[in-house]
Design a protein around this ligand. Sequence first.
Ligand SMILES: [Mg+2]
Length: 335
Amino acid sequence: MLLFKTNNRNNNASLTIDNRIRAGIIGFIIGDALGVPVEFIGRESLKENKIFDMEEYGTHNQPKGTWSDDSSMMLATIDGLINSSLPDIDYVGIMKNFLKWKRDGEFTPFNHVFDIGNATSYALMQYQRNINNDRENDIICGTGDISSNGNGSLMRILPISIYLHTSNIDYKDNKYFEIISKISGMTHSHIYSILGCYIYSIYVSELLKGNDKYVAYHNLQNICSDINIDGIDIYNRIIKNDISKLKEHEIKSSGYVLDTLEASIWCLLTTNNYKEAVLKAVNLGDDTDTVAAITGGIAGILYGYEELPNNWINNIQKKEYVTEITGKFVYKILR
Ligand SMILES: [Mg+2]
């Protein structure tokens, strides 16, 4: 007989890695779809019209469950990994997938691209000039400019974070950083963007291990306190302080990679379940879809598939396709 009730929500260490990965991918797409109808709407306006559920139309005039560039580029990366001869990542294949997305609307709900970031658009135009060369170095198309530090590479890094976890490459191994740098550098090659992807990936990995979210966070802080790279200091509120102690007005939810990463980790640490985490992210306003997607990725991994609201899973556009490609990805990296 149990003398005390157990709180399964916070006692989820028994989830399988398969479950966590599927929940991370689908949790990411749900977050994106929750944010799409209110993207660019400010926090104060959302306070008067709080988002509690998946809505339709709004900012981009899309039906309910429509996911955007974040999920498209994330799925394009998954497809590239599925078609890679791992452990060799087919970087060229991933980059060509991005181009298929931008040019032909592949990896979208309705074969149509309705949002694309400036740096990503510019990088893919650059790549189009190189495409016939098929040389691996030609894929680094981010300008490397300090002003090109939107969240455009952070928003598509999740499959790489998951793959790196399953491949057992140590965070401190140069290979780990090199893979992140190449993937980010396709559109965002400045060190701030690369470090944002690196920090997120470590957190993803610590959560995939089944750690409690605070244990995972402290491990992340320990690992990052040894990083000796110029630029890491901008992430001090995550690494050196305790981001969960900050008040909402101290958290920005803009498209700047630093703001997005801070907001996502803050939303996870200050809530108690998947639904609460992603709704908190959406209601921060501004870059709602990306902040909620990135929050949804880590919240899915932490809480597991059964915690994703069923009606939201069913609302996702092209649900069968998304579920199938996620299954293929899990099979590919775990077999
Ligand atoms: Mg978007």
